[in-house]
Write a protein that binds this ligand. Structure first.
Ligand SMILES: Nc1ncnc2c1ncn2[C@@H]1O[C@H](COP(=O)(O)OP(=O)(O)OP(=O)(O)O)[C@@H](O)[C@H]1O
Length: 936
């Protein structure tokens, strides 16, 4: 048996774990997880064989399972006396000994683990507790409010990097604890590890697992260091390298992947790093969850990095895709604009699509066809929306159903019963969903309709209905749900269960009777209330009532008062609550066994739920797109080689402001793929850049876009270098941030990128800033990427003379006389026009209208005039410098022309002779460039 060993490290813990000898990152809590082999252990990664029926005991009893518990035959009776009188005999006969009801259980399996194993899960670490506290009972709220909880981190990722020559080859495997789907990926990354970091940011993990060799004392790998720096709030766990075992990974996939997705085996067979990562991941997850995945129960997919567009995390942040930069609680984000989803699955899907838009035009167009149909057919839209909004979190339901608890506890029993009720509720919605979709036309909707025709839905429901009452259903409120669970199983299936339920009802009636008697006795308006923590208790409002001596009778204990309402209990009520709990435990116990038997019968069909959850989440997202369209006049995008947006506007600005934003046109083609945008401060440059990126993302996820007409070229990557107003870093670190971001773009951009750069070089002095901008522009101009470059350096605009593919655009402002203050005021039009801005000293003008003291503004104006004069003088005083500059320009143009010599020979000759003419006009006395002949 493998013996896992976990040691928890508090932030103040020493750098080396005394238990495992592993290093720990100094930031925050870290965990080291070490699996040790002991003589009685089963080999790593060993799981119950595929032929083991789900729910039966697995290898070496390791996969203890629910249906191994013998179930009493319907109608079977204890040998003698009443059920209560023969409880023990009944238990001995019918209940497997590993079914341990009670707060703490120590199953045989559990004894294989040292006590330290549980420490990390029970520490008060708030981050850690997020999955510790996650239980199958949680997260089934049906409303869209659950969208928020849907985004609480629940993903565990294992990352491994190749060694030696294979350094830079990355394998990743992730599983969402709320969604039983494993995503594998393997790719080559460069030394900045941009792809890994981006992928991890998109996954937004709860925990990252790496090999212990990645963080050997004093010799951590660059990848480890970068990940720990970038994910300071995420838990790290290191596992011995041997558990990153590709053979075990392949075995895991063979055993756990459901048949529908088994082609993944062909894809990953020779991808050793992702196989190694999945082996470590599953070993670890099964360990911390204290459960194993049932054979053939998981959806496992391989996701290459080329299937979706890449948006790095700082671009996602700059563009406010998911989180608003000013206030992380408000929903002024692209997600907020598009999110009208009704299910947690739909909301999760929207989130992941926004972060990873599609690149396949055919798929995007299929989605757009659906949105179009939903917009044109109101009946379809409202019919679908009403059914979809009744679905629970199907993915999480599946996630619970495919796990077999290693221990049978009251909680596990209760959760299985709850899940069966949810399953019934979910399956009962399949028919209404089919009815709502029966007249749909578009191929994608028809395909989803077709997936609902799966016979397995009906088979499972039929089987459930033979055991579960027709009216057992999901209900809000803990008492309601408790009642549903109690009476879920049909009567006459188990006589003892019927008796236990009668007893439970009697106790509940007794409680109500006792409380009403107490009310009469003290002439108080007492009410029976219930909470999951307290059980039944008494409540009383004091609105129209004065208490004798301002005190409650002494019989009432544990009194608490909130506003004008008292809550309390009595010694008798506490006893009755205990009896109630005991009888409930018995009911759950018997129900559980029936449920387990039922689940084992329906288990082979359960995988159709993967299809259903996919259908529901996709329909929910498409409905959400259509909903967003109905609130604003969006247009269906086209996909061509040109980025052309007619009268497009910023979708988030529209959501925030009372008036519709000013719309603008955009036109970028391969021949004119570099826009330089100038304009005074506050004229709308940054907003415009973001608007382009947001529209591009909306189009690529299959949504309509805010414009009158739009056409996009698919972007494989979207890069942004945008200035953030609320940057509180120092000037130097702002500059370093700028440089890092721009370096990232230069390393990763290619011909299919969309690049937005705003105010590059503002973190350093003007000359150097211009120099950097110029060099960056020249590099980007060598690509066919679509680039929008907003700047205050007007010198940069002259680059259009050298490069034919550069276009200058500017934001117009108007100057109006403010008669009351006899001053000129700036009127922002937010209108984009051709050419570069003619505004001068607009920084000073902006400062003038700001709250800067007038004396300071005056000083600033004077100093600016002096500096400008000095610069001009300097420039004039050195004709040699001017000559050199001209030579440089001429040489650059010649080189550029030669490089882009797509011009035919005649045009090239004309172009060169024009250049020569211009050069001679500008410098009549310079006969030729020193050292060079004219011909050269
Ligand atoms: N198209 C528009 N329609 C309406 N309001 C707009 C539009 N564009 C920008 N604005 C408003 O103008 C404000 C300033 O815009 P923005 O930050 O884009 O200007 P900027 O030119 O980038 O300024 P700076 O150069 O100082 O960074 C925005 O916060 C927004 O409220």
């Amino acid at each position: 048996m493998l013996r896992p060993e976990i040691s928890s490290a508090s932030p103040s813990a020493p750098a080396v774990s005394p238990l495992s000898g592993e290093t720990r990152s100094p930031q925050g809590p870290r965990y080291n997880f070490r699996l040790q082999e002991t003589p009685q252990s089963r080999p790593s990664g060993q799981v119950a064989s595929a032929s083991t029926p789900p729910g039966t005991s697995g290898a070496a009893g390791d996969r203890s399972s629910s249906s191994s518990l013998p179930c009493p035959a319907p109608g079977s009776r204890p040998a003698q006396g009443s059920y209560f009188g023969n409880k023990r005999a009944y238990a001995e006969n019918t209940v497997a000994s590993n079914f341990t009801f009670g707060a703490s259980s120590s199953s045989a399996r559990d004894t294989n683990y040292p006590q330290t194993l549980k420490t990390p899960l029970s520490t008060g670490n708030p981050q850690r507790s997020s999955y510790k506290s996650w239980t199958p009972q949680m997260g089934y709220s049906a409303s869209s409010s659950s969208a928020i909880s849907a985004h609480c981190p629940s993903v565990i990722v294992a990352v491994v990097e190749g060694r030696g020559l294979a350094r830079g080859e990355i394998g990743m495997a992730s599983i969402d604890l709320k969604n039983p789907q494993i995503i594998l990926s393997q790719f080559a990354d460069n030394t900045t590890y941009a792809k890994v970091i981006t992928k991890l940011k998109i996954l937004s993990p709860l925990e990252i697992i790496m090999s212990n060799t990645a963080c050997a004392v004093g010799n951590s790998t660059k990848l480890f260091t970068l990940i720990t720096e970038n994910f300071k709030n995420v838990n790290f766990t290191t596992i011995q390298r041997k558990y990153f075992n590709e053979t075990k990974g392949l075995e895991y996939i063979e055993q756990l992947c459901i048949a529908e997705f088994s082609t993944v085996l062909m894809e990953v067979q020779s991808k050793y790093y992702c196989l190694a990562a999945v082996a470590a991941l599953l070993k670890y997850v099964e360990f911390i969850q204290n459960s194993v995945y049932a054979p053939k129960s998981l959806k496992i997919c391989f996701q290459g990095s080329e299937q979706t567009a890449m948006i790095d995390s700082s671009s996602a942040q700059n563009l406010e895709l998911l989180i608003n930069n000013q206030d992380c609680r408000n929903n002024h984000t692209l997600f907020g604009v598009l999110n009208y989803t009704k299910t947690p699955g739909g909301s999760r899907r929207l989130r992941s699509n926004i972060l990873e838009p599609l690149v396949d035009v055919e798929t995007i167009n299929m989605r757009l066809d659906c949105v179009q149909e939903l917009l044109q057919d109101e009946e379809l839209f409202f019919g679908l929306q009403s059914v979809i909004s009744r679905f629970l979190d199907t993915e999480q339901l599946l996630s619970v159903l495919v796990q077999i608890p290693k221990q049978d506890t009251v909680n596990a029993a209760e959760s299985k019963i709850t899940n069966l009720i949810y399953l019934k509720h979910t399956l009962e919605l399949v028919d209404p969903l089919k009815i709502a979709m029966k007249n749909c036309n578009t191929p994608l909707l028809r395909a989803y309709y077709g997936s609902l025709e799966d016979k397995r839905f009906g088979i499972i429901l039929e089987k459930i209905k033979t055991v579960i009452n027709d009216d057992a259903r999901y209900m809000k409120g803990c008492l309601n749900m408790r009642t549903q669970k109690c009476y879920a199983v049909r009567s006459n299936i188990n006589e003892f269960l019927d008796i236990a339920r009668r007893t439970y009802t009697e106790i509940v009636d007794d409680i109500a009777g006792m409380i009403s008697q107490l009310g009469e006795k003290y002439s108080l308006p007492l009410r029976t209330s219930f909470s999951s923590a307290r059980g039944f208790f008494i409540q009383m409002t004091t609105d129209c009532l004065a208490l004798p001596n301002d005190q409650l009778p002494s019989e009432f204990i544990k009194i608490s008062k909130v506003k004008n309402s008292y809550s309390f209990t009595s010694a008798d009520l506490i006893k009755m609550n205990e009896r109630c709990q005991e009888s409930l435990r018995e009911i759950y116990h018997m129900t559980y066994m029936i449920v387990c038997k039922l689940l084992s019968e329906i288990y082979e069909h359960i995988h159709c739920l993967y299809k259903l959850s996919d259908t529901v989440s996709m329909l929910d997202m498409l409905l959400s797109f259509a909903h967003a369209c109905t609130l604003s006049d969006y247009v269906r995008p086209e996909f061509t080689d040109t980025l052309a947006i007619k009268q497009g506007w910023h979708p988030i600005l529209e959501k925030i402001s009372a008036e519709k934003p000013i719309a603008n046109n955009t036109y970028i083609t391969e021949g004119s793929n570099f826009l330089i945008i100038t304009g005074p401060n506050m004229s709308g440059k940054s907003t415009y850049l973001k608007q382009i990126a947001l529209c591009q993302i909306m189009a690529q996820i299959g949504s309509y876009v805010p414009a009158e007409y739009s056409s996009f070229r698919i972007a494989k990557q979207i890069f942004t270098r945008l200035s953030t107003d609320d940057d509180i870093e120092t000037n130097s670190s702002t500059f370093m941030k700028e440089m890092k971001e721009i370096a990232y773009i230069l390393h990763n951009a290619n011909d299919k990128s969309l690049i937005l750069i705003d105010e590059l070089g503002r973190g350093t002095n003007t000359e150097e800033g211009i120099g950097i901008c110029y060099a960056v522009c020249e590099y980007l101009l060598s690509l066919k990427a679509f680039t929008l470059f907003a700047t205050h350096f007007l010198e940069l605009c002259h680059i259009d003379a050298l490069y034919l593919n550069v276009e200058n655009m500017h934001f117009e402002v108007q100057h109006v006389k403010n008669t009351s203050r006899n001053k000129e005021a700036i009127l922002y039009t937010y209108k984009l026009s051709k050419g570069l801005t003619e505004e001068k000293n607009y920084g000073l003008k902006a400062a003038e209208v700001s709250s800067l003291p007038p004396s300071i503004v005056l000083d600033a104006k004077e100093i600016t005039t002096q500096i400008t004069r000095q610069i001009l003088q300097n420039q004039r005083s050195t004709p040699e410098m001017e000559r050199q500059r001209a030579v440089y320009h001429l040489a650059t143009r010649l080189v550029q022309t030669a490089r882009n010599s797509q011009l035919d020979p005649d045009s090239l000759r004309i172009y060169l002779s024009n250049l020569k003419k211009k050069y001679k006009e500008d410098f009549p006395k310079t006969e030729q460039v020193p050292g060079k002949t004219e011909e050269s």
